[in-house]
Design a protein around this ligand. Structure first.
Ligand SMILES: [Zn+2]
Length: 275
């Protein structure tokens, strides 16, 4: 007998989300397949999110639009993995546009929200966000090329929540913002605009070790299961306080392996400002 997947409806998802017990802006990382079978697919999940929460922000990252800067610039602590760099040098650098689809490792739920009427999207070449709701413009306006995750910090500091829909904590981009608040610089990457001019933009690093934060967040965790999906949520101000303090107290908490170049360089503080 084959294993049957639970069947989940939009109403089930709405009910589960309401049971978390908060009504606030959310930044969402979702995995459609984690639920089992969702009637209506990613559209149903987007409908449920927009029905329950006043403002919904999703990552719409586009990793094919940046590459490491030339080696002769000798930028220290820049998280460049040699084999990845050699591969990237064979790829054409493409300009980011408002219609650039999210990278294939970004949830289809993010893509659905990005394409909804009323969604606003920021224009960072690798780390754009899409937001629907009254806070969209205010939150997105804080993003700069140097501070790609400022919209996350803004949303969480105004009382927003981190909401993981079947996604694991290793997808929690918010922890990169915590690393930045703890004093680390994002890596420097090169992008290209539509006229062919190169420009610098910063991007975060490795998130493999973020499982180490699960016990730290235990006191603030809200959790529910919908179908097979584990929904976990964390209130923004407390999330930032706990994670920033944990990184300052033990910088090694973000290291995934002794030989991870990205983790090594982040813990060393990342690349300094360009002159
Ligand atoms: Zn790592």
């Amino acid at each position: 007998m084959s294993e049957s997947k639970p069947r989940v409806t939009r109403a089930d998802i709405e009910k589960g989300l309401r049971s978390l017990g908060f009504n606030a802006p959310v930044v969402v990382h979702a995995s459609l397949s984690a639920f089992g079978f969702v009637e209506g697919g990613a559209e149903a999940i987007a409908d449920a999110l927009l029905a329950v929460f006043p403002t919904v922000m999703v990552p719409t990252f586009t990793h094919g639009n940046v590459m490491p800067p030339p080696e002769d610039l000798n930028i220290p602590n820049n998280g460049v993995i040699p084999s990845w760099y050699d591969w990237l040098k064979t790829q054409p650098l493409r300009p980011f546009t408002a219609d650039t689809p999210s990278h294939q490792n970004i949830s289809v739920v993010s893509e659905v929200i990005r394409k909804r009427p009323g969604a606003l999207r920021s224009s960072h070449p690798s780390h754009s966000f899409a937001v629907i709701g009254p806070d969209a413009a205010k939150v997105l306006a804080t993003q700069t090329l140097d501070d790609p995750l400022a919209p996350i910090v803004t949303l969480l500091q105004m009382g927003g929540w981190v909401l993981m829909l079947g996604a694991r904590i290793t997808s929690c981009t918010e922890l990169h913002a915590s690393e930045h608040l703890a004093g680390r610089n994002y890596f420097l990457r090169l992008a290209v605009d539509e006229s062919g001019q190169n420009y610098f933009a910063r991007s975060p690093g490795c998130s493999t070790a973020y499982v180490n934060f699960e016990p730290i967040f235990a006191p603030i965790l809200r959790e529910v299961h919908i179908g097979n999906a584990r929904i976990h949520a964390y209130p923004g101000p407390e999330f930032l306080d706990l994670s920033v303090n944990a990184i300052k107290a033990n910088p090694e908490i973000t290291r995934c392996r002794p030989d991870c170049i990205a983790c090594r360089d982040s813990i060393a503080g990342g690349p300094p400002p360009l002159n």
